[in-house]
Design a protein around this ligand. Structure first.
Ligand SMILES: N[C@@H](CCC(=O)N[C@@H](CS)C(=O)NCC(=O)O)C(=O)O
Length: 211
């Protein structure tokens, strides 16, 4: 049995969608650095950063980093369609997955935990850092749209694959969807379609019940 460490409204939602698509049995263990009553100690034993998503496989192997967590089952279960079968399309998806994790997900971590990324102790300086990152995050999403939008209805196939799943989850934070509706409406509409896809809408509803 695989165990996915995660929490409501977090990046573990994308991992959950990917594992469901592959049909592998897995359990979710609620754990996060911000929930003192969660399985924090257990999580830190397998991921010293204490971050989610983190996945442990039945054989004791540990997967961390959202892009890797989605790519790995995509390679292991190719029929699930998490990654495109066509080599050129697959290369684009892999680039897009690493791009969104490295540029967009990472920026969220700096906004949420700015104290880790600056020696400034004053709230005003930290707020400057957060504001700068916020602008950069949105620029990164514009560049994502310019590079990765294609004629495919879900970025990476006839149904949402790993790239659509991760993109739709990470773009839920820091005002990105509102920004995209203004600046790159086609990408905002695509993420709406990902969320409404019948395979995925129950997971989005569980993680973001109010929206
Ligand atoms: N590089 C990691 C980032 C994961 C991440 O930042 N996860 C957040 C939750 S959405 C987290 O666990 N943050 C808690 C912390 O950093 O203390 C990935 O791509 O999976």
């Amino acid at each position: 049995m695989w165990t996915l460490y995660g929490s409501q409204g977090s990046g573990s939602a994308a991992a959950e969608m990917a594992l469901q698509r592959c049909g592998v049995p897995f359990q979710v263990q609620r754990a996060s650095t911000w929930e003192a009553d969660s399985a924090q100690d257990e999580l830190r034993k397998v991921n010293s950063l204490g971050q989610i998503p983190t996945l442990t496989l039945g054989d004791g192997a540990v997967m961390t980093e959202s892009a890797a967590i989605l790519i790995q089952p995509g390679l292991e279960f190719p029929a699930a369609g998490l990654l495109p079968a066509d080599p050129a399309a697959r290369r684009r998806s892999l680039r897009g997955l690493v791009y969104s994790a490295a540029n967009c997900y990472a920026a969220i971590g700096i906004i949420d935990y700015s104290e880790r990324w600056t020696t400034a102790t004053g709230e005003a300086e930290r707020e400057h850092l957060r504001q700068g990152i916020h602008v950069r995050l949105h620029e990164c999403w514009s560049l994502f749209a310019d590079q990765f939008l294609s004629s495919s209805p879900f970025l990476d196939g006839a149904a949402p694959g790993a790239l659509g799943m991760l993109g739709a989850v990470v773009s839920r934070w820091s005002g990105t969807r509102a920004y995209l509706r203004q600046q790159r409406p086609a990408l905002a509409a695509l993420f709406d379609r990902v969320e409404q896809h019948p395979d995925l809408s129950p997971v989005f509803a569980r993680h973001w019940p109010a929206s």
